[in-house]
Design a protein around this ligand. Structure first.
Ligand code: 0X9
Ligand code: CA
Ligand code: CA
Ligand code: ZN
Length: 308
């Protein structure tokens, strides 16, 4: 489990319980489901938040994913904070109510629960990044658009950026991708926007990651400008640095490239607190959770509005 002092972080069982509690306490607003199972068989829990949550209404849908990378535990807290805000503040905050009433919000707090549980097993952090399939696949190099194309991932199973033997070889990425595919209704993708939360470096990143070019097949100048505009707007609210993800380094098989190229989803990566650091940057004290999750409230609202 989490080491002494960090008990406020949610392990898998606690994350599961928090989603169950939200669905139980706000039955008209929150509904729990699963997109599938991890390699080790854990349910990949998801919560939907909207008015008339049991119905598939004609409202723009927005997806938030967290914890693709095991050791990035602050991101699980980010997704749980989104859950908490859009349920417990619904009654009292008119802005929250307006967003919840006009959108369908999907939240997956742990895309990589096996890795996350492994990272905290025995009460000592292991610095684990990948899933737990063999020596581990990096989920964020396993997505199926231009997988392994461009030197932005590794073919060696021991590498921290191992892309896996084939696109979507990781059950976790396969499950999330299949869920996203299931949101194509009557030929049109219902999910308009997405943030995948990571740590750390305080960045707002947009695709493509596989190329340094601003425009490429499937990304014309106008579309690139829209990514930049909304990315910069969001970054103004949280103080993160906005940039194309390849400005950081080239990645291939990342979630954002797939979401955009295959589904036209306005898909960002947020790299959360801290701005810099070594391995300790993945393990900020639990005392920062409230501040560093609330820090993204305005950016989340901007994305929800942009989805309209
Ligand atoms: O390398 C990654 O997967 C992300 N950084 S992390 O330190 N959290 O591992 C950055 C991914 C950004 N690239 C794209 N979104 N394409
Ligand atoms: Ca609704
Ligand atoms: Ca819908
Ligand atoms: Zn990450």
């Amino acid at each position: 489990d989490f080491p002494p002092g960090d008990e406020a972080y949610h392990n898998y069982a606690e994350m599961t319980a928090a989603l169950r509690a939200a669905a139980r306490d706000y039955p008209d607003l929150a509904r729990m489901s699963s997109v599938g199972r991890s390699y080790e068989g854990r349910e990949l829990h998801m919560l939907k938040i909207s008015d008339n949550v049991a119905q598939d209404e004609d409202e723009p849908e927005v997806l938030f994913t967290c914890n693709q990378h095991a050791r990035e535990h602050l991101t699980t807290e980010m997704c749980l904070h989104i859950v908490d805000r859009f349920t417990s503040e619904y009654a009292g905050d008119p802005a929250v109510r307006q967003l919840v009433d006009s959108r369908e919000i999907w939240i997956i707090p742990q895309v990589n629960p096996d890795g996350s549980e492994y990272d905290i097993a025995g009460g000592q952090y292991k610095g684990w990044r990948k899933n737990r399939q063999g020596r581990g696949t990096d989920p964020n190099r396993n997505w199926g658009y231009r997988w392994g194309c461009c030197g932005g991932s590794s073919g060696y199973p021991s590498s921290q950026t191992y892309r896996g033997p084939s696109p979507f070889s990781a059950p976790e990425t396969r499950a999330v991708a299949d869920f996203v595919g299931s949101r194509v209704v009557g030929g049109s993708q219902q999910i308009a926007a997405h943030i995948d939360f990571h740590t750390f470096s305080e960045l707002v990143l947009w695709p493509y990651g596989y190329t340094y070019a601003d425009t490429a097949p499937g990304m014309n100048a106008e579309q690139a400008r829209r990514f930049q505009d909304i990315g910069r707007q969001m970054a103004r609210t949280n103080g993160y640095t906005p940039q194309q993800s390849s400005d950081l380094y080239i990645t291939d098989g990342s979630v954002n490239d797939w979401m955009w190229a295959e589904h036209g989803i306005l898909s960002y990566t947020f790299e959360m607190y801290p701005r810099s650091g070594g391995i300790g940057g993945f393990y900020p004290p639990a005392s920062v959770i409230p501040r560093e999750t609330a820090r993204n409230d305005d950016a989340v609202d901007i994305l929800l509005r942009a989805a309209g």
